[in-house]
Structure formats: C-alpha cells, structure tokens
Design a protein. Structure first.
Length: 84
C-alpha cells in the first residue's frame, strides 16, 4: 500500500473511496471506531488523511464492512496532496 508524504503537509493522503463506500453501505465512523477499538478523533484523522491506516486496520475494515471490494480500491490515496 503506497502512502504519499509531502514535506509541506502533515497529511499522508486521504483514502479516496473509503468515505464514498461508507456512505453507500451505511457504515459510520463510530462503526469503524468500535471495530478498531480507538477514539473518534483517531478514526477522523485516518479518514481525513492526517494519519494512515495500518495494513491490519485496512484489512479488518474491508473484511468486516466491505468484503466484496478490493483493498486497493477502498484505500486508494487521493492526488490532492500532490496538487498543493
């Protein structure tokens, strides 16, 4: 899984399809929070690209909430950081 690092930004890259699929499947941040046993702030930071999901976290989210989707699709990183 590739993570973008930008010297001018503290963000690592937003998983561009995760939020859309969460809305489509009715998965809430609180669902991911419970699954990962972390705080709401941690989930928001990961979804917003401030911090990254670990591979284990990404697999757990995909396996529980989105078993029919490819991990590469779900956690693809946006190009918004490159465009800054």
């Amino acid at each position: 899984m590739t993570v973008l690092h930008d010297r001018n930004s503290h963000k690592v890259g937003r998983p561009r399809n995760l939020s859309a699929e969460m809305a489509r499947y009715g998965v809430k941040n609180s669902d991911i929070q419970k699954l990962l046993s972390c705080t709401d702030k941690t989930v928001r930071n990961k979804i917003d690209g401030v911090t990254e999901f670990s591979v284990a976290e990404a697999l757990k989210i995909r396996n529980v909430f989105f078993p029919g989707l490819r991990i590469e699709y779900l956690f693809a990183i946006t190009d918004e950081i490159r465009n800054k």
